[in-house]
Design a protein around this ligand. Structure first.
Ligand code: HEM
Length: 416
């Protein structure tokens, strides 16, 4: 494919041509234009495709994560005001803070998470997985709606100590927010819906019933309220915001990851898939799936000040304060400078697998242990029950958003 065929100028996160096969586009960009200034995305955004640049820029403290308002750049200035209220909750997310404030909030959240050890979580996740798989018809079922869709919302609700039965609402609310942050263009209608979903999610997390339940369970929602580190406590609005962040960050991402993994594993011989079933081989296999199948295609930043950055190909980026950058981790994960056979799924690829799926540096994903554990339990349970599980040929139904790359439905069957 040539860059004339897939035009760089048309590139967006919401266009099916790129969603169906972003990897050919990434390959071309890594080779020919690894640092590209898009005039169309957010009115002027640098897109970075090589591992070296993505890793370096994610750690560069001259870049800021204060980017809660970036999606509103879709709108003319006078309309942005109308939606400013919904930024209050996103602006409180620890993910969007820098420097000392980020360190303090992250430490506080880490301490709240401490009771959730692997031993504590494993049987709970296994129970949720088994409960869902017991209900499907193994001769043919939709992996997404019947399994990958409910599971992550249930797991995170369980961690928070709120009712797992709320999973459908949690999915709906967080999907609206995920669409906002993963897209490069959204409609005003979508913004109205997202504002309403954000309000409903916040009301749910702030409700007295859920506060009581979480306290009784020793859940994370309760811990976020209770734990004080060096005299610092989260305010009530901060508690709700951090809990909403965990749901936003974890629900859609794990859903699409499971679908992408099962799709990728269909082309792998059963004997190789068995690597997922054994304690000695499962860890490298899961890391490799994380490398190849990540649904989170990019990480965003904005320039914290005016400065110049020289990219790995020598391109000089004259960054202006506030200018957005999109760092394509899904492209970095297939960079031949770092990975042998970058486009192949090598389930016994030696550790450490240096993928950037969870980012790198101070903003490294907060939920990575939960993702690894949920993915391992979900996949090993599927293939232990049905070793021949596969995806028959079908038309792919993609989520219309490269930011959360994956399928909205995926028919699977356990037949030979
Ligand atoms: C497939 C699943 C997931 C992927 C691929 C993923 C990926 C990422 C990435 C790339 C970042 C770094 C963002 C940056 O550098 O700005 C991040 C941050 C974060 N993730 Fe995840 N994530 C996943 C699931 C989860 C889950 C399940 C949770 C929580 C329950 C979670 C919570 C967070 C939080 C709170 C941050 C912000 C951390 C900070 O800024 O200090 N993520 N994630």
């Amino acid at each position: 494919m040539s860059l004339d065929v897939i035009s760089v100028d048309d590139f967006s996160h919401n266009q099916l041509d790129y969603i169906e096969d972003p990897f050919s586009f990434y390959t071309l960009m890594r080779e020919r234009r690894p640092a590209h200034l898009s005039g169309t995305i957010f009115g002027g955004t640098w897109l970075m495709f090589r591992y070296a640049d993505c890793a370096r820029l994610m750690k560069d403290e001259r870049l800021s994560n204060a980017r809660s308002a970036v999606p509103l750049r879709f709108l003319p200035a006078e309309q942005r005001e109308e939606f400013a209220d919904m930024l209050d909750i996103y602006g409180r997310w620890l993910a969007f803070h820098d420097g000392a404030e980020h360190t303090r909030n992250r430490r506080q959240a880490n301490r709240s998470y401490v009771p959730f050890t692997d031993e504590h979580l494993e049987p709970r996740i296994q129970r949720l997985v088994d409960g869902l798989l017991d209900q499907v018809d193994p001769n043919g079922f939709d992996l997404i709606s019947q399994f990958a869709f409910p599971l992550p919302a249930m797991v995170i609700a369980d961690v928070l100590g709120v009712p797992v039965e709320a999973h459908a609402d949690l999915n709906r609310w967080t999907d609206d927010i995920a669409h906002l942050f993963g897209s490069t263009s959204v409609s005003v209608e979508h913004l109205h819906r997202t504002r309403e979903s954000t309000r409903q999610l916040a009301d749910f997390l702030a409700s007295e019933d859920n506060a009581r339940l979480s306290r009784a369970e020793g859940g994370l929602l309760h811990q976020l309220r209770e734990i004080s580190v060096r005299g610092h406590r989260f305010s009530e609005r901060d508690v709700v915001a951090q809990a909403a962040l965990l749901l936003f960050a974890g629900v859609a991402s794990i859903r699409y990851l499971i679908g992408n993994c099962v799709r990728a594993l269909t082309d792998v011989p059963t004997t190789e898939r068995d690597l997922l079933l054994h304690p000695g081989t499962v860890a490298p296999a899961v890391e490799e799936l994380l490398r190849m199948c990540t649904p989170v295609s990019f990480v965003g930043r904005v320039a914290g000040a005016d400065f110049e950055y020289t990219a790995s190909d020598g391109t000089v980026l004259p960054l202006r304060k506030g200018q957005p950058l999109l760092l394509y981790v899904a492209s970095a994960n297939r960079d031949p400078e770092v990975f042998d056979r970058p486009d192949e799924l090598v389930l016994d690829r030696p550790l450490p697998n240096r993928h950037l799926t969870f980012g790198i540096g101070r903003h490294l994903c907060f939920g990575d242990p939960l993702v690894r554990q949920t993915t391992r339990i979900a996949l090993s349970s599927l293939y232990r029950r049905w070793p021949q599980l596969h995806v028959p040929p079908q038309e792919a139904n993609w989520n219309n958003n490269l930011g959360f790359h994956g399928f909205t439905s995926l028919r699977v069957t356990s037949g030979g």
